[in-house]
Design a protein around this ligand. Structure first.
Ligand code: MN
Length: 509
């Protein structure tokens, strides 16, 4: 009898656990709204999915080149700044793993290493009609895209680079979002295809697009406020301040309405930020649709030459972007990039007129509402050098990176590495780094700004000219004898070495 009771107890507890498991499984698979999955697949895609997954690079695996071929491989690498030999070994429609949140099957796309006729022959074998347009002369990405867009007749335009591969179900969620809201401009998650082995690696849904003072695009972690807005549901689109490059879908008429691309920009560079600012400031939205994945080969160097040099072209484009969209905040870009002011940016009057017609909001609105965690502070007291009264030298980031000590050097008045901003949050920033001190009498480091005050909070006293590090209750002082290049913290003593002049200091932020 007792045995029977034991048995019952064991059975009941197991049953309870089984039910809990089933519940958990159902619950977590419910989270995944990414998927209608296979229902709507074209026959061609089904064929790809069902074929055998062998051969170089299949299922997104790495392709390793045998030793004896490596010399040749290096030669070919230079042509496109990616491993052309590996790329050529991979089937045009290789299979890829399904990297979506719950995992399933995959479709493929292709990197075209074809030229001219070969490409035309190839696209004729595809089951969808494909038209190839060629520019008469090298015009760069921006003007080529404008030409392509003008030739489209569909309701939605999707831009991708040539060095992309798409995964199954990448397009539907982009289109679905535009159907909901035609002013939503949507990007996929950009997965990483290795430039060396073409291995396929899933990108993160936890990063979004930003930019630094030099107007370089950068990935930053999706902030808590955006997680909260989506109530923790990672399958919902992420509102991103900027788009990485040119991988996005947009309603065709909206593309035209909002001003397509700036045709005054050359070749490449800055157009992604220009479009991002414009979309947000002029009433649209820019989103990363986390259910959509597209792979992209990130290259370490550009394989192209630019007329007048890469820097010239990018500086010109960035100036156009800053002049039209950034209002007074363009100062951050100009002051940290000495020399850029000398670059001629052409005529921007038609772009400014567009901004007027569309009644676009100012950049301060964008910083406040769309990108409050921006590297460019919405409110700040000073922007420029920080000069020591005793030595007449300046705080200098010395071009050093995150986690290194901040330096100290003769003031050169040229901006660049000697530009700091004392912000309304009482941080001392240089680009996306903040002065940070974590121990008494310690050196001052540069760390990623965390917006949490703490070790990054300094109180400037505009009368005594002191910079008090609040956490340690010590003052920023000139370097010590043994480390002449590094400003340090010391007990506040009212000496001239603890007095600092902040350039362009205003008392209200
Ligand atoms: Mn690209």
């Amino acid at each position: 009898m007792r045995r029977f009771i034991y048995c019952k107890v064991v059975l009941t507890t197991s049953l309870v656990w089984v039910l809990v498991d089933v519940f958990l499984l159902l619950y977590f698979s419910e989270c995944n709204k990414c998927d209608d999955k296979d229902h709507s697949l074209l026959p061609a895609l089904r064929a790809v999915i069902s074929r055998s997954h062998e051969g170089p690079g299949e299922m997104g695996k790495a392709v390793n080149i045998p030793k004896e071929e490596q010399e040749k491989m290096k030669e070919l690498f230079k042509i496109n700044q990616f491993n052309l030999m590996a790329s050529d070994m991979i089937a045009l429609n290789r299979s890829l793993p399904d990297v979506r949140l719950d995992g399933f099957k995959m479709f493929t796309s292709q990197t075209f290493n074809f030229l001219q006729k070969k490409l035309e022959n190839y696209v004729q074998t595809l089951e969808v009609p494909v038209r190839i347009l060629r520019m008469e002369q090298r015009s760069g990405l921006i003007r080529a895209r404008l030409r392509g867009a003008a030739a489209t007749s569909g309701q939605v335009i999707t831009f991708l680079d040539a060095h992309c591969e798409c995964t199954v179900g990448w397009l539907e969620p982009l289109l679905a979002r535009i159907k909901e809201d035609r002013t939503a401009v949507v990007c996929p998650i950009i997965d990483v295809i290795s430039d060396e082995t073409f291995e396929y690696m899933a990108g993160s849904d936890m990063t979004y697009g930003g930019f630094n003072w030099k107007l370089n695009f950068r990935w930053y972690p999706v902030p808590q406020r955006e997680m909260d807005r989506r109530k923790g549901d990672r399958t919902l689109p992420v509102r991103t301040p900027t788009m990485a490059g040119g991988l996005f879908s947009i309603d065709k008429t909206y593309f035209e309405e909002i001003g397509s691309y700036d045709p005054g920009m050359d070749i490449w560079g800055g157009e992604n930020l220009e479009m991002s600012f414009r979309i947000w400031q002029c009433g649209g939205s820019l989103e990363i649709v986390t259910c959509s994945h597209v792979g992209h080969v990130f290259r370490k160097a550009t394989p192209y030459s630019f007329p007048g040099g890469t820097g010239q072209v990018i500086n010109k484009n960035n100036r156009r972007l800053a002049e039209v969209w950034m209002d007074e905040f363009k100062d951050f870009f100009y002051i940290i990039s000495p020399g850029v002011m000398r670059v001629d940016y052409g005529d921007v009057s038609s772009r400014k007129a567009l901004k007027e017609t569309l009644k676009c909001k100012p950049f301060s609105w964008y910083l406040e509402n769309i990108y409050p965690d921006s590297q460019i502070p919405r409110r700040y007291y000073s922007l420029g050098e920080i000069r020591n009264v005793e030595t007449n030298q300046c705080v200098d980031n010395m071009g050093r990176k995150e986690n290194e000590k901040v330096g100290f050097f003769n003031c050169h008045g040229m901006g660049g590495n000697q530009v700091f901003s004392y912000t309304a949050d009482k941080e001392i920033r240089t680009d996306d780094l903040c002065l940070d001190a974590s121990r008494l009498n310690g050196p001052v480091l540069m760390l990623k700004c965390h917006h949490m005050k703490g070790n990054q909070m300094f109180e400037y006293d505009a009368e005594r000219l002191t910079l008090l590090h609040v956490n340690s209750n010590q003052c920023l002082d000139m370097p010590s004898e043994d480390d002449k290049m590094v400003p340090t913290l010391r007990e506040c003593n009212g000496s001239r070495s603890q007095q600092w002049l902040l350039r362009n200091m205003t008392l209200s932020a």
